[in-house]
Structures are given as C-alpha cells and as structure tokens.
Design a protein around this ligand. Sequence first.
Ligand SMILES: Nc1ncnc2c1ncn2[C@@H]1O[C@H](COP(=O)(O)OP(=O)(O)OP(=O)(O)O)[C@@H](O)[C@H]1O
Length: 488
Amino acid sequence: MQARRVHGPQSYASSSSTASTSPLSGKGPESPQAASEAGFTAGQLPEAVPFDEILSASARERHCSPCCCASKRTAQLVVHTFRRSRQRRCEWRRLDIVLAAPSAEVAAEWVARINGALRQAHQRPGALLVLVNPFGGARRARRTWQRTAEPILEAAGARSVVVETERAGHARELVEGLSAAELESYDGIVAVGGDGLFQEALNGLLAVRGSGGKAGVAAERMRLGHIPAGSTDAVACSLHGTRCATTAALHIALGDRTALDVMRVDTEDGGHRFAACVGSYGYMGDLMALSERMRWLGPGRYGLAGALTLLRGRAYGAAVSLLPAEPARAGARLECRSPCALCGACGAAPAAAAAEFQARSHRALGEGTWRHVEGRFRSVMVAVSPCRSDMSARGLAPWAHLADGRLTLVLVRECSTLQYLRFLTSIPRHGVEPGRFGFVEVAECTAVQIWPRGHESRWNLDGELLSDNRLTVRVHRGLVSVFARGVE
Ligand SMILES: Nc1ncnc2c1ncn2[C@@H]1O[C@H](COP(=O)(O)OP(=O)(O)OP(=O)(O)O)[C@@H](O)[C@H]1O
C-alpha cells in the first residue's frame, strides 16, 4: 500500500467512489458517535491520521439503527489510533475512528492492507516482557496493566509475557537471569510500577550487557519501557512529559525509540548501581528513610515524611568533588523537547554507547580539572534527567536532557527552615534554577564524588536507599534505549 495516510470520515463524507479508490464512507451512523466518545464534535474529527500513528485496523458489522432498516447489517472499518489532548499535546488518548464501508469484503480488504503495512514497521515491538509490581504506589499496577496498557498493546499486535514481581529485587533477578534465546525473543522489557521497579529492570539489563557473551549482545538491542503505576513515576514523566499510563503504553505500542543517559553510582564497598533519574542525600534521603517506615500509609506517606523532615532541619557535612561538563553551547539552555537537537545528536546508538560503557566501567574517571567544594548541606542532589513529576511539570532539573551526557549537581547549603521551604516550594514551578537562591549552587558535570563528613544521612537513588554513603557518580551518555520520543 503506497498511501501514507488514512483519511478520517470527513474526507470521505462527500465521496461516492468505488471500492478500488475510496471504498469507505464516513456517513455511517457510528461516525458522530465515535466523534463524541473521543471528545470531538462531528465537525472536529481529524481530517487525516498519519500512518505511523495507527495502532491497527479492524472490521465489524453492525445492525442499522431502528429508524433505518433494523434487519440490515452495515460493514464498518475501525481505525485504532490516538489523539493529543488539546491542553497538553504530550498527553495522548485512545481514539477509534469508525468508518462505514460498502461491504464486509471492502472493510476486510482495508484491514488486511493497513495491518499488513503496519507489520512492515520494524520498530514496533512484537513481543514484550512485562514486569508488574502489584505492591508499588497505590497498589494499582495490576489494574493499570489490565485495564489500560494491555488493551493498547494487544490492539497493536504486541505479544506480552507478564510476570508479577514477588519481592524487592525480583525484577532485577528475572532480567539478569534471561538467556540469550529469551532475550532474542523479546523486543523490550516494560516495568509497570514505579521508578524503583524501572531501576531494577535497568540494572538487570545492564548486568546482562556487562557480562558480555551472546546474552550481552542480545541485551544491547533491548528497549526499556515504563508504564507509570508507582508513587512518583519520574521516569515516565521525564520521558513523556506526563504521568499518563495510556500515553506510555501508546509510545511502547508505536515502537518509539530514544536514547537515555544513565548514571552509574559506585559505592566504596565495591558495589555499583545504575539510575535514570536522581540521587539525593540529606533532606530527600532522610525523607525516604522515614517514609519507608510509613509504607502502610500509601503514597500519602511522602507528604507527612516531608513535613517532619523539614521541621527537623538537619544539615550534613560533605566533601564534594566534581568534573565540570564542557560549557554549554550558546543557546543550549533549552528544555528537552521532541525532537531535541542535543539528545538527537546522541543518535540512539546503543552499540556505540555500549562500547563506551564497557570501556569506561573499567577505567579511571575521566580526565579534566576537578573542582572541590566542602561544607554543610541541607541537600545534595545529582540528576541525570529532568526528573519531571506531576508535581513539577518542568522537572527538578528543567535544563537537563534525556541524552546530553551531563549530570546536574545541586548543592543546597545549610540554611534556615524557612529558606529551605522557599526553595522546596519553588521547585514545582521553576525546578532548580541557577542563581534563584544564594544558598543553592547548580553545576553541570560529568562525574562527581561525595564523601560525608561527620554525622551521615542516607542516599536515596531513584526512590531506593543505598547502604553506603561514599559515592562516585558518572554519566553514560545514551546508554540505554527506551520506548519514548521525548516530550512533544
Ligand atoms: N511483590 C513485591 N513486594 C514488595 N516489594 C516489591 C515487590 N515487587 C517489587 N518490589 C519492590 O518495591 C519497590 C518499590 O516499587 P515501585 O518502584 O514499583 O513503587 P513505588 O516505590 O511506590 O514508586 P516510585 O518508585 O515511583 O516512588 C521496588 O524497588 C521493588 O524492589
């Protein structure tokens, strides 16, 4: 099929063509209904749907409405696609466009043509390993999967092997234990849960890649997806600009691919972990340690733990060494938006990134002039992505990108509780902006070492607490591929 677009009912409304040219008529009784279900009035139906935004097509037969001829059946072609929210383009809703066909044969022919052409789209996933954490967030991951994500992936013809995690660490074990043959049979791994679950899948995948061999090679082409069903879901928000499970599932179903920076965190005890969002010490570490003891409260525990931690007003001594990033190019202070020139330059090249990853993980930290800072801090944060959430649309680090090879280091020096509260309350609207507060320093770097001095807090890495506080963090540009295209 040559056509790259499938026209909506309006385009055909006045058409009386035959099956070989324009076989479908939008005059069917279902068209206005489909329009209103999707939130359009009849006159606002999309005039054209880009072919690569179609999930699939199906045919069906319906009885005519009673006012017409009740015994007569009409054939319909249903185009399964999505629409963008008028308020927020990055938020997508499912849309089924129903077109009346002159006969069941014509509808079936169009279904075969459309689905046949879609099968040629190699970026679309054929099979996925789906990890569901039934205990993450408000315990809605199973429902989110069954009601929202699974029907979308089914509509796109993706086969899913679903595993519910049974304990902390289970997702990582499952991914790490995949054989080369199993890895080859999947096109991606999807975490349905929070950032912690995504981090487990990420660490499992990178452990396989790091081990080399056939499995390591098979793991390199694997994409990761995050369907948000946790407490914060900063990964999904940073990738898509919204914490909407439908949107995340649609990006997976369409086979979107973009590269994602990952930070590697080495601890003094010899262990290491990878993370895709943020590591924080001080306020956020204390908050997480306290909220873990309140898990029975559900996501509401974060608010209570945050207030208590704020009132305690603790600051911690630390020595920080950082390797500054190359100065930003003129005009580079742009928020990461799809298509992003900075992230696009990374080229979503997993093979190249993997080679660099192998080399750098066994090498001393990069060359350059290190800068040293020592003092007492309310908070130290290292972000590798914008870290968006539904509380902070621009993200904690609004100028951070998905794949620009930079870390954003935030040092919040000891200050009064009121000053810290002002800093915290500015984040939802502005994120952490350089120069906004005199007691906050923001620096872009490629590596950072942090050594506590005196009384210690805990490191909170993408929502998980670390057992060792002496860290070295470095960024690996575009290390993994994810089912995303960035924020539209
Ligand atoms: N069946 C399970 N029982 C208990 N814990 C689990 C189970 N499955 C996974 N986990 C652990 O729960 C942790 C938190 O889960 P998850 O990240 O899905 O939700 P969350 O912490 O509520 O959300 P967020 O990370 O977005 O704040 C994961 O790191 C994982 O180790």
